[in-house]
Design a binder for this molecule. Structure first.
Ligand code: SF4
Length: 619
């Protein structure tokens, strides 16, 4: 199997091709796995994430663009400015397949340009273009102008990845956007592109993706598609989008509300997927090749939150900007989501950060913030009053954060740095600096382990324990009972999801499938003879490799949770009176045992078992 990388040297505006040896692909598959390997080999230890020495790997995987099933994604890897360890993010839309059709399976962005630049890649031909006229502009405008310049008006042909003003101005919570509304959101990697002055990449082409055994490929993909289309969760996602979760998680008392001080939100229904579908939905939409089509296309026709036809909002965005700040108005959330996408923010981190600011504002008012910090906050806020539930203040803050005006300059650094600066570090709910997503581990206790051990920081996509604690997939567990079987499932998901992100496909497949379903397709595409066990071991190898990056950096491998979740009991809902402390303390020792780790670090024998001997020097 051929896997071709394009190395873009932005310092010199030069490009060169490189072929990845098949032996490396068999070990790390592609996408997230290959990115982690290359990052560990190529990014020097201890560097500033904004230095030209940092690199951004934009990678597809062996099945992307084959048309098999949900194969329209790409994965981004680099050293995160938010966490200081390995960051990565994943996005759907069309960019992944069009990158392959353009002639490359991945791009490595290296060095830094003196001037803003954008790059076009059309059927293997690479061109660098000055981007001065696009710098400072939103994502929608940027894409429209590039499409004009490339004479490609149809949004069904070619694809664009870009950063908004948030990334340009080095906000540590900036998202890489593609196809206007899709985000590789987490860990702030857009700011690394901003530091390199790369505004956008356009891709288009006609390359056919090689499939070694076409008959086998058809047969294996059909099996997977049948499973996905028949699954009840796929049906719910198609009908109500990811926000179908709002009412479900709220009913379990696990919908973090008012900056994680409560577990239920009284206006949950008004921000639910069901409400969105009834009032504002125009249609559903799918990423390239998707049979589920969970994306929302919505608009607000009139009023203060009038918003043009656009995609979203998704569950995580609705929660972070809604329940977590107590904004219970769907029209406001559609507008905020549009703004966040256009300015290029990770909505999970953005919502958490604004919630911290609302808490700081409340503390300043009631005298529980250090006096000089309260005064400084008031001066920096100027005319903005970020009281709980104030959507207009939120909108003003997003603009100021994107362009780093006043308080926006501090908030653009993310929740942790903002809370620390104003003398209230425990107000920020994060793991390793990455703001947590929409599930309270005090109410869904397997998420305590999932968050604490997530290599990229607070994340639900390393192990989605909600699937068995709440949704009953593969089996239903009591979310409040501590059970070591759940530890095994968290580890399994972490390894399996590493495979999914390396193939690179959509995780929503995982409700209906497990790792054994994919080995047939992978072998049909590549001509390999991999077994299902070998595929899962590759996932485990990748998970260990990512942890090694943190060990090498000398921080980011301590597995714990924010103080609020460990020490402050939930005051409401079915999990009233619970903290996440007991679950985490009971789960961690068994987790380390089955991972072959000690105090958050892989043991030498674990690295040897996984064929990672070349990295033993890190321990
Ligand atoms: S299920 Fe949703 S996120 Fe996944 S590929 Fe389909 S549309 Fe995209």
């Amino acid at each position: 199997m051929e896997f071709k990388l394009l190395r873009l040297n932005l310092t010199e505006w030069k490009a060169r091709e490189e072929k990845i040896p098949e032996s490396l692909l068999r070990k790390y598959i592609g996408g997230r796995g290959l990115g982690a390997y290359l990052a560990l080999k190529e990014i020097p230890p201890g560097i500033d994430p904004f230095s030209p020495e940092n690199k951004i790997y934009i990678l597809t995987g062996p099945v992307v663009g084959t048309g098999a099933f949900e194969t329209g994604r790409y994965h981004v890897v680099g050293k995160s400015p938010l966490t200081g360890i390995l960051g990565d993010a994943n996005s759907g839309g069309q960019f992944g397949p069009w990158l392959r059709f353009a002639g490359y399976d991945g791009i490595v962005v290296e060095g830094a340009s003196d001037e803003p630049v954008w790059v076009s890649i059309v059927d293997g031909e690479v061109q660098f273009h000055l981007a001065k006229h696009l710098w400072g502009k939103g994502v929608v405008y940027t894409e429209n102008i590039i499409r004009k310049e490339m004479n490609t008006p149809s949004e069904h042909i070619g694809s664009i990845l870009s950063i908004g003003p948030a990334g340009e101005n080095l906000s540590k919570i900036a998202a890489i956007m593609n196809d206007k509304y899709r985000a590789a959101g987490r860990t702030g990697l857009a700011a690394v592109l901003g530091a390199k002055k790369l505004k956008a990449i356009f891709v288009k082409g006609s390359r056919k993706i090689e499939i070694v055994d076409k008959e086998k490929f058809k047969e294996e993909s059909k099996k997977i598609i049948d499973k996905i289309t028949k699954h009840s969760i796929s049906e719910a996602l198609s009908k109500f989008g990811t926000a179908v979760l709002v009412n479900i998680i709220n009913s379990h008392g696990g919908l973090p509300t008012k900056n994680w001080t409560r577990g239920t939100f009284e206006k949950a229904f008004e921000i639910s997927g069901e409400y969105l579908a009834e009032k504002y939905l125009i249609s559903n939409k799918g990423c390239w090749g998707c049979v589920i089509r969970c994306s929302r296309v919505a608009k607000v026709d009139s009023g203060p939150y009038r918003t043009p036809v656009s995609e979203g909002p998704e569950y995580e965005s609705i929660w972070a900007m809604g329940a977590n700040t107590t904004i219970g108005n769907m029209e406001a959330l559609i507008k905020l989501n549009y703004l966040a996408n256009d300015l290029g923010f990770d909505t999970i981190s953005l919502g958490n950060t604004v919630a911290v600011l609302m808490e700081l504002y409340e503390k300043a008012k009631n005298g529980s913030l250090p006096e000089e910090k309260a005064k400084e906050l008031e001066e920096l806020l100027g005319d903005i009053e970020p009281s709980w539930g104030n959507a207009d203040a939120f909108a003003q803050l997003v603009w100021r954060m994107a362009y780093r005006h006043g308080i926006g300059d501090y908030a653009a650094e993310g929740a942790k740095r903002l809370a620390e600066y104003f003398g209230s570090p425990d107000s920020a709910i994060h793991v390793r600096g990455l703001e947590l997503p929409a599930y309270d581990p005090r109410a869904i206790n397997s998420m305590a382990l999932s968050y604490a051990t997530s290599n990229r920081g607070g994340c639900h996509l390393r192990a989605y324990a909600v699937s068995f604690d709440v949704l009953g997939v593969p089996d239903k567990f009591d979310p409040l009972v501590v059970d070591n079987k759940k530890v095994e499932l968290v580890k399994y998901q972490q390894d399996y999801f590493s495979v999914i992100d390396s193939l690179v496909i959509c995780k929503f497949n995982s409700f209906a499938t497990d790792h054994t379903d994919y080995v047939g397709v992978l072998n049909a595409v590549t001509g390999w003879d991999m077994t299902a066990d070998e595929l899962l071991t590759a996932g485990e190898r990748i998970y260990n490799l990512e942890r090694l990056f943190a060990v090498r950096e000398g921080h980011g491998y301590k597995d714990t949770l924010p103080k609020r979740l460990l020490e402050e009991p939930l005051p409401d809902g079915p999990a009233k009176g619970r903290t996440a402390k007991e679950a985490l303390e009971k789960y961690l020792p068994y987790y380390y045992e089955i991972r072959g780790w000690e105090d958050g670090k892989p043991k030498p024998e674990t690295l040897k078992r996984l064929g990672l001997e070349e990295f033993l020097y890190i321990l």
